[in-house]
Ligand binder design. Sequence first.
Ligand code: FAD
Ligand code: NAP
Length: 337
Amino acid sequence: MEIKYNISLKPYNTFGIDAEAKAFVSIAAEDSLTEAVSLIPEKEPLLVLGGGSNVLFTRHFNGWVLKNEIPGIEVKKENENNIWVEAGAGVNWHQFVLYCIEKGWAGLENLSLIPGCVGASPMQNIGAYGVEIKDVFEYLEAYSLHEKTFVTFSATDCKFGYRESVFKKELKNRFVITRVCFRLSKKPFFHTTYGSIQQELETMGVTELTIKAISDAVIRIRQGKLPDPAVTGNAGSFFKNPEIDTNHYLELKYRYPELPGYPASMGRTKVPAGWLIEKAGWKGYREGDAGVHDRQALVLVNYGQASGEQIYTLSEKIMNSVLEKFGIELEREVNIY
Ligand code: FAD
Ligand code: NAP
């Protein structure tokens, strides 16, 4: 096992922030994970990284970074309707989605082109275009950093919510996810009502609906709207879409009749944070190399040399401005270190 010291994390986070890690190890199997953990001094901070597409480093990381690269895709069981597929935490998410589509296993197609790795997908119950991984999740395996044992989590154990799970809350920093199993379908149920999927399928001239066609439509929409992290540093949506009291929503709707809203849990209403940020005047704003994307105001970007602190400061200004204008407190979705 090779331990690298004082290395730049710039190639390992899609914001392209040049923060350093005190120590860095790549993990390609369960036994190298347990070995690496046994080498880490008790009080040293530990951070597991997948693709680094949902993190913002605001300072150097004065601890150990474990880059999860556990590979492998394995069919665990199947019946007439379903197939249970387990993937290593280090498998690239989009490659996994494409592999399943090629095999004809349905369920993940709406989640095409999300950056990152399989192991991070349960962390925030990744979601897009009306589907979340909780819809197809079967179980995950994780290594407990306290008990030093492997544990299996069911969907109920994971306490999935909107861009949330137990791993972002009460079990934060306590487990390393090593494998995730999904229950996919041999008889697809298509999700096409969300956003502009239907319209995109028509533009593409699709006459026979397939999971591949849905995936292609999602890819086309995303490529037209979101900045490619390989070109412009970003971590996708910087904030969650807030779920507000429906009376508050109706008050705002009176003031801003064009304000979109969607029914959310417990009778609340979900409001697109991107709309609020744009309306508050931030879309396309730039301060040095830190900015707000000009096609999707929910995405903060690094035009080159921005520091994590500059991006964080910009996010604070946006939060204050949205609070002042709409009385809504935005919450960051990106994990801050
Ligand atoms: P990382 O950024 O490496 O890690 C994220 C967090 O999870 C960190 O706290 C890390 O410590 C922890 N973690 C990672 N792996 C493990 C593990 N194996 N065990 C324990 N903890 C772990 N997200 C969506 O939900 N929907 C979208 O549509 C979407 N679109 C995006 C588009 C773009 C252009 C970008 C840049 C990001 C987008 N994201 C989206 C956010 C991000 O891609 C996802 O959250 C993704 O799952 C993060 O994966 P990762 O491997 O890069 O995680
Ligand atoms: P969009 O289609 O412009 O819609 C704006 C927001 O309104 C979305 O974020 C979505 O919330 C909500 N919305 C739209 N139609 C809805 C419906 N029919 N029912 C319920 N909610 C609806 O969004 P976008 O920015 O282009 O993103 C498209 C999808 O990709 C969204 O699901 C978004 O979450 C996901 N995405 C996520 C990230 C990330 O980093 N987390 C980055 C890019 C895209 P939801 O977010 O709840 O879907």
